[in-house]
Design a protein around this ligand. Structure first.
Ligand code: ACM
Ligand code: ZN
Length: 540
C-alpha cells in the first residue's frame, strides 16, 4: 500500500509541476518539492471559527463525492495528526482571496473571508476532478489566489422561457464551481412577468402565462413566488452568489402592459399587446400612475432581495413611436421645455432613480448611447454618477469605457462580441432560429478577451466586473441554457477572475478536458467544442 501511495504521489508531483487543470487559472501556483496529501477513508475538517460551518459542509460534500471519504467537522481546538484546516485571516490582502497549502500531513485553506475559503475549496475540488468516489491524493503545492474583479456575473432570462427555481439552483451550483459571484435574474420582459408582486397579483395572473394551453411551470408559463425567491436567495448565499433582480423598463414591458394597459402610452399605430409578440410598447412617462405602481413594485422587490443593487433595464425602448406620439408625453415635453424625445428618458429615470434610492438600493442600467439625454446639461454623460452601467452593444465597449470613465460611472463589461452566450457557438449550430441575425460567438472569442482592453490602470479602474448573458428567446429549458453557457462561461469565468498575464488559450484548452468530463458526470448539457480539439482544424 505504501509503495502504491509513493508511486501515486510521484505521479502527482509531476502533475503539480506541470499545469493543474484549474479554471479560472489562479494568480500563483507554487509547486512543492515532493509529496502529496493522501485522503484516508475518514478525515477531520477543523475550523478556525464556527461561522465557517457552511464552507465546511461544502468541503464535506466534495470530499465524499471525489474521494469517498467521510469527513467530520469540528473546531480547531483538539488538533489531531492529519487534518484539513479552514481558517480566516483578515490580513490577507484581497476580499474573496485565499491561500491553499497542501503538505503530506495537512491541507490548509486560509481565506480573507468565508468567500475566500469557499473559493479555496472550489480549487481543491478541481484538483480532484477526475477522481469521482475513488480514494485520492492531491499534490503538495501552494496556491495564492484572488479575483481580478469583484463582480463576476451570469444572467438568466426566465422572462422569455420560465426556469423553475430548482433548475436555477442547479445553475447556481455550476456558477459557484467557476467562482462566479453574481446571478442577474431578468424577471420581466415582453414575454413574461415572473415575480409575484403581492399588491398587483394581476402581473403574474396575466403576465406569467404566455401559453394558455400548457401547464403552469414552463417553458412559457410560470413565476416565482416571494417565498420561492427567498429560498433561492438563501441557496445562492450559501454558495457565495448574490442574486440581482432585473425588472426591465420603460421598454420590454408588454407583459406588464397586458396586465395594466393604463400604464402604456396612448398611441394607436401599434399592434395590440400580445405576450411574446409585441415588442414595441413602453410605459408612459407622463402618467403619475406609472410612478405610483413602480414605487409599490420596487418596495416589494427591494425588501425581498438583499443585494445592494437592482437592475432596471433601460435598453431598446422604442421611444419615438411611443413617447413621440403620445399626447400626454408630448404635453410633458412642452411643460418641461424638452426639445428631443430622448430627454424624456432622463426625466423618467430621474424619477425612478429617486424611488430606488428611497429603498436604499443602487441603480444598474444597460448603457444606451443614443436613446437617452438628461434634461439638465450638467451631465457630461447622460447618466447619473451613482448608477452602474453595463456595456453591451457590439463594437461600442471601448467608447463606453471612455465615456463612463470621464463621467465617473462604474461599468460592468458584457459586450456582445464576447459575452452574449445566446449567440451560436459555431456556424449552423443552435439556436435553430436566428431572430436578430445573431453572429457566431466562438469559445475562443469568449476567451480572447481582456475586459480592461489593455488600457492603462487609471483608464480601466472604473470597470468593476464582467457579465455573461443568456437571453432565452431560443432556450426552452435549463438543458438548453447550459448548452449555450458551457464551455464559454468557463472562458468568461477566467476573464473575470484571472490576471491577464496568467491567461493562455493553449493552456485553457488543455485544462478544459477534465472539466468537460466533469460536466458530463454531473449530467450537465454542454456543447462539445469540436473545432477546438479537431486535429485537422488545429493544424491550420
Ligand atoms: C440587451 O441585450 N437588450 C441589453
Ligand atoms: Zn405617454
Amino acid at each position: 500500500m505504501k509503495i502504491l501511495i509513493g508511486i501515486c504521489c510521484g505521479l502527482l508531483f509531476h502533475l503539480a509541476v506541470s499545469a493543474q487543470p484549474l479554471i479560472p487559472v489562479p494568480a500563483r501556483i507554487i509547486p512543492a518539492d515532493k509529496g502529496c496529501y493522501p485522503f484516508g477513508s475518514t478525515e477531520k475538517i477543523l475550523l478556525s471559527d464556527t461561522t465557517l460551518q457552511n464552507e465546511a459542509r461544502e468541503l464535506q460534500r466534495i470530499l465524499a463525492q471525489r474521494t469517498g471519504c467521510r469527513a467530520e467537522i469540528s473546531l480547531a481546538a483538539g488538533q489531531t495528526r492529519r487534518n484539513i484546516f479552514l481558517q480566516t485571516d483578515t490580513t490577507l490582502k484581497h476580499p474573496e482571496g485565499y491561500r491553499l497549502v497542501i503538505t503530506p500531513r495537512s491541507i490548509r485553506i486560509t481565506g480573507k473571508d468565508a468567500a475566500g475559503i469557499f473559493y479555496g475549496i472550489q480549487t481543491l475540488n478541481q484538483l480532484l476532478l477526475e477522481r469521482d468516489g475513488k480514494t485520492a491524493s492531491v499534490p503538495c503545492l501552494q496556491i495564492e489566489d484572488a479575483p481580478r474583479y469583484g463582480y463576476r456575473a451570469l444572467m438568466l432570462d426566465p422572462a422569455r422561457h420560465f426556469i423553475p427555481a430548482k433548475e436555477v439552483k442547479r445553475f447556481i451550483d455550476l456558477m459557484a464551481s467557476y467562482k462566479f459571484n453574481t446571478l442577474q435574474l431578468h424577471l420581466t420582459d415582453d414575454q413574461g412577468w415572473r415575480m409575484e408582486i403581492k399588491k398587483y397579483p394581476q402581473l403574474t395572473e396575466i403576465g406569467a402565462f404566455r401559453d394558455k394551453h400548457s401547464g403552469p411551470q414552463g417553458p412559457h408559463n410560470g413565476f416565482y413566488t416571494q417565498e420561492e425567491l427567498k429560498d433561492l436567495i438563501r441557496y445562492a448565499v450559501e454558495r457565495h452568489v448574490e442574486i440581482i433582480p432585473e425588472l426591465d423598463i420603460p421598454g420590454h414591458t408588454a407583459a406588464l402592459l397586458l396586465a395594466c394597459p393604463e400604464l402604456g402610452c396612448a398611441h394607436r399605430d401599434s399592434i395590440p399587446v400580445q405576450l411574446g409578440k409585441t415588442t414595441d410598447r413602453t410605459l408612459c412617462a407622463a402618467q403619475e400612475k406609472v410612478y405610483e405602481v413602480y414605487a409599490d413594485i420596487l418596495q416589494e422587490v427591494c425588501a425581498l432581495f438583499p443585494a445592494r443593487r437592482i437592475h432596471l433595464g433601460g435598453d431598446e425602448a422604442v421611444i419615438d413611436k411611443n413617447w413621440g406620439h403620445c399626447p400626454d408625453c408630448r404635453k410633458l415635453m412642452q411643460a418641461k421645455g424638452f426639445k428631443e424625445v430622448r430627454e424624456i428618458m432622463g426625466y423618467f429615470f430621474g424619477r425612478i432613480h429617486k424611488l430606488v434610492r428611497q429603498n436604499q438600493k443602487e441603480l444598474m442600467l444597460w448603457c444606451e448611447l443614443d436613446n437617452i439625454r438628461m434634461p439638465a446639461s450638467e451631465f457630461l454623460f447622460p447618466y447619473p454618477k451613482d448608477c452602474t452601467l453595463f456595456t453591451w452593444r457590439m463594437g461600442l465597449t471601448p467608447k463606453t469605457i471612455e465615456l463612463t470613465r470621464q463621467a465617473g460611472i462604474q461599468l460592468i463589461a458584457s459586450p456582445g462580441e464576447h459575452c452574449y452566450l445566446d449567440y451560436p457557438q459555431y456556424k449552423g449550430d443552435l439556436p435553430e432560429f436566428n431572430n436578430w441575425g445573431m453572429p457566431v460567438l466562438t469559445l475562443q472569442q469568449s476567451y480572447d478577451w481582456d475586459p480592461g482592453y489593455g488600457l492603462p490602470t487609471e483608464e480601466q479602474k472604473h470597470i468593476i466586473g464582467i457579465a455573461g448573458l443568456l437571453w432565452a428567446e431560443a432556450m426552452q429549458d435549463l438543458n438548453r441554457v447550459t448548452y449555450m453557457a458551457f464551455p464559454r462561461a468557463m472562458a468568461l469565468a477566467e476573464a473575470g477572475w484571472s490576471l491577464p498575464e496568467n491567461r493562455n488559450w493553449e493552456n485553457f484548452k488543455n485544462n478544459l478536458i477534465p472539466h468537460l468530463a466533469d460536466l458530463t458526470r454531473r449530467g450537465v448539457s454542454f456543447r462539445v467544442p469540436f473545432e477546438v480539439f479537431n486535429a485537422e482544424t488545429r493544424k491550420k
